[in-house]
Design a protein around this ligand. Structure first.
Ligand SMILES: [Zn+2]
Length: 370
């Protein structure tokens, strides 16, 4: 019997995370403390453990809309400079503790203005928090670099403004732009102005597409908006016909033009297994399209989306995939190099992380478990 990788071993691997929401990764005890400090009385529970369970339960409902509701509470306690610095610092620390060496964490500045902060003050507070968290992690012997993606809400009308904000802060830690929120009824082409601006500025962006909604959303994100990556992109499988049942072993697959385009152009797919199951974008981890897409060598990456709501961490997502698909160190390294290649960092810096940290780290782990 071959040896299956354990969660503990996976934690030690140098990992890369591209899709993680700042307001989806708070520690439950921090939410309770920040609510008390800022006078927010709307929490469904005052005890950190009960609160953590409430988030997991609400996120398990199977509806994206319900899932998005849980963010009302996290965003409510992230309205002051102090709370934003703290949440960002703890985020960097938690990711470093999970063995992540490079992360891109996203959030929507426009959701943090209720107590009077300006968009610029929000961005600067979060950047400061990531610096603090990276320093604390370094003091504990863990090296992590965190880049920020600024998100615009797809149902709102501030995307151009947020895109300009992303460009203004691109040399000090903001590495890209994103749009998020309920997909149905809010196609990415509504924000064409923002995407055209970013392209003229040679700036990077990803778009949440193909999660709750199918191929038209992915097609618009790529061919109208020019997205560099796809947030989730799970529904690309709707354009792939794989043999099932008795013929499955034949491995026969027929792909449509859009699926071929995504694979040919190496468009990175930011897949988030647990989150995709919770929002109904995938039936189960075992039946998650990641298995087929990895086999077909799409540019698949593995991500957390919302660690709090899904009660997960990147290592846990990998552990679930190991369990479902029997992945080994080579597979995990493949996903990790995919992610690093797809990061919104300059090419030489991506290469330095791949050759300086990721490959040597995996080589050591493989050697140790041989
Ligand atoms: Zn997301």
């Amino acid at each position: 019997m071959s040896h299956q990788l354990t969660l503990d071993q996976i934690r030690r691997a140098p990992k890369v995370l591209l899709h993680d929401h700042l307001d989806g990764g708070l520690r439950p005890e921090t939410i309770v403390e920040l609510a008390a400090a800022t006078g927010y009385t709307g929490l469904p529970a005052d005890d950190p453990e009960a609160l953590g369970a409430w988030f997991a339960e609400a996120a398990d409902s199977g509806s994206l809309e319900r899932y998005l509701e849980t963010f009302g509470h996290t965003v409510a306690v992230m309205q002051t400079r102090e709370s934003l610095v703290r949440v960002a610092a703890e985020c960097a620390e938690d990711l470093a503790a999970d063995g992540i060496v490079y992360a891109e964490v996203r959030y929507a500045p426009e959701q943090h203005l209720e107590a009077g902060l300006s968009l610029e003050e929000v961005v600067e507070a979060v950047l400061e928090g990531f610096r603090v968290g990276q320093d604390r992690a370094a003091a504990q012997g863990r090296s992590i670099r965190v880049g920020t993606l600024l998100t615009a809400m797809r149902h709102a009308a501030r995307s151009r403004e947020i895109a300009e904000l992303a460009v203004r802060y691109r040399d000090v830690g903001v590495v890209g732009f994103d749009i998020a929120g309920a997909e149905a009824g809010h196609p990415p082409t509504r924000h064409l102005d923002a995407f055209e601006y970013l392209r003229r500025e040679n700036a990077h962006f990803t778009i949440h597409a193909g999660e709750a909604f199918g191929l038209p959303s992915i097609w618009e994100a790529l061919q109208w908006c020019g997205a560099g990556r796809l947030g989730h992109g799970v529904r690309i499988v709707d354009d792939i016909e794989a043999a099932r049942g008795a013929d499955e072993a034949s491995g026969t697959v027929r792909m449509g033009r859009l699926a071929n385009y995504v694979r040919d152009k190496r468009v990175p797919l930011e897949m988030c297994p647990s989150s995709n199951v919770q929002t109904g974008a995938a039936v189960s981890i075992a039946e998650h399209p990641i298995g087929l897409l990895r086999r077909l060598r799409f540019r698949v990456t593995v991500n957390t989306d919302n660690r709090l709501q899904s009660g997960t961490a990147l290592s846990e997502e990998f552990a679930k995939l190991v369990e479902a698909f029997g992945y080994d160190w080579d597979d995990l390294q493949w996903f990790t190099v995919n992610a690093m290649k797809s990061a919104f960092l300059p090419f030489d810096e991506r290469l330095a992380l791949i050759n300086g940290q990721i490959k040597p780290g995996f080589a050591q782990l493989k050697w140790a478990t041989d």
